[in-house]
Design a protein around this ligand. Structure first.
Ligand code: TXA
Ligand code: MG
Length: 361
């Protein structure tokens, strides 16, 4: 069915358009094949969570290290006690409040989930997405679906089917197009196996929102680390230790009062132009208003939208990061955002994209 050419897998990738039947995609999932599908966060690269063949094919298509576990996606009515040993009271409350939605909760797994799905961990992250196409596909397939983000390892998570195609064409049998992802950042990941819930990855469901439902919630120290951990510690979400997406160009975040940030970025962009280096800026509409008079025409400008609508900004982040590479930017200046609410989740991704480089002006 597939041939290997120069280490590239060549498979005929079928694109299922919006409005077309999901029957075939559901069948592929049931058969342990890989299907990329939309969720409200980012596109996922799915296969039956119980199928070792399917799970191995995910790792291979993604080029993902085998020690980085997958999240398992479920649909309404699925009996979770098949997958996990116990669900705490707090776990139930969080499911009730935020499922279906961008929240992943981890519990002790049962042995029906093969070790390769969780990379040997005794726990499994469960999530019920709210995207209607995802829910329909999962329900039709009738199986729990393991799915990481559908990017090649080292690229930003895909928020459109076109992004998935760029990374996965010829590597997987099927892409389901569901339009652009609404949230645009990966789900909040909360470890529910300890005494208190611990956020391993921030997302659109914020710490404050979780605490309103279950009281105190902890944040894993790795969340605040800008670059991959380098002190030899093993973070609790194995994915946190990998250098995540970093643009080809050097990215730097700039924080401070808006006028000063504008002046600093304008000066840096001018220096780039003087040295013949292509530069880019990733900014809010508010900052752009101050900055644009001083930007040379060739500057690659990615405006994420108004600071008043951080959710909107979050949904634009990954697409903007992809475009800097497409435009060959050697230097990228990003506006740092406040470290609370959904902006905290954006900053977590931006710090990692910048390898922790952040200047205060
Ligand atoms: O929004 C999302 O969560 C998307 C969509 C497709 O659902 N999925 C996603 O999966 O972002 P992935 O594999 O790209 O990121 C999952 C992160 C990784 O950092 C992984 O190490 C961590 O969650 N993770 C998965 N299972 C875990 C577990 N049992 N314990 C701790 N961390 C886990
Ligand atoms: Mg990912």
């Amino acid at each position: 069915m597939y041939a290997v050419h120069k280490e590239e897998i060549v498979i005929d990738t079928k694109w299922i358009k919006r409005g077309e039947s999901l029957e075939e995609a559901a069948r592929l999932l049931r058969e342990g094949k890989v299907v990329a599908f939309p969720t409200e966060t980012v596109y996922g690269l799915g296969a039956c969570a119980m199928s070792e063949e399917g799970v191995r094919a995910i790792y291979e298509a993604k080029g993902r290290p085998a020690d980085n576990p997958l999240i398992v996606h479920v649909y309404p009515g699925y009996d979770l006690t098949v997958l996990v040993k116990t669900i705490s009271e707090a776990g139930r409350k969080l499911m009730e409040a935020f499922w279906p939605g961008p929240l992943t909760l981890s519990f002790e797994k049962r042995s029906v989930i093969p070790d390769c799905t969780t990379a040997g961990l005794p726990t499994v992250g469960l999530r019920m997405p709210s995207n209607p196409v995802a829910l329909a596909l999962l329900t039709l397939s009738g199986v729990p679906v393991a799915a990481p983000s559908a990017n090649r390892s080292g690229k930003p998570s895909p928020t459109t089917a076109q992004h998935v195609y760029e990374d996965m064409n010829g590597r997987i049998p099927c892409i389901v197009d569901g339009g652009a992802c609404e949230v645009g950042l990966e789900s909040t990941f909360v470890d529910m196996t300890g005494e208190l819930p611990v956020i391993l990855r921030p997302g659109a469901i914020t710490k404050e929102m979780l605490e309103e439902v279950v009281g105190p919630v902890l944040v894993d120290p790795a969340v605040a680390v800008g670059a991959p951990l380098d002190h030899g510690e093993t973070p609790r979400a194995p994915g946190m230790k990998y250098k995540h997406y970093a643009p080809e160009g050097d990215m730097e975040l700039v924080q401070g009062e808006l006028l000063k940030v504008a002046a600093y970025i304008a000066e840096q962009v001018r220096l780039c132009e003087e040295n013949g280096r292509k530069s880019g800026v990733m900014v809010s509409r508010e900052l752009l208003a101050l900055l644009s008079p001083s930007l040379p025409e060739e500057t690659c400008v990615e405006c994420l939208g108004s600071r008043e609508y951080p959710e909107r900004m979050a949904s634009e982040l990954f697409a903007a990061l992809r475009r800097f590479d497409q435009n060959g930017c050697e230097k990228i200046y990003g506006e740092a955002l406040p470290d609370s609410g959904v902006e905290a989740a954006m900053m977590n991704r931006m710090r990692r994209a910048a390898g922790g480089r952040i200047v205060t002006v």
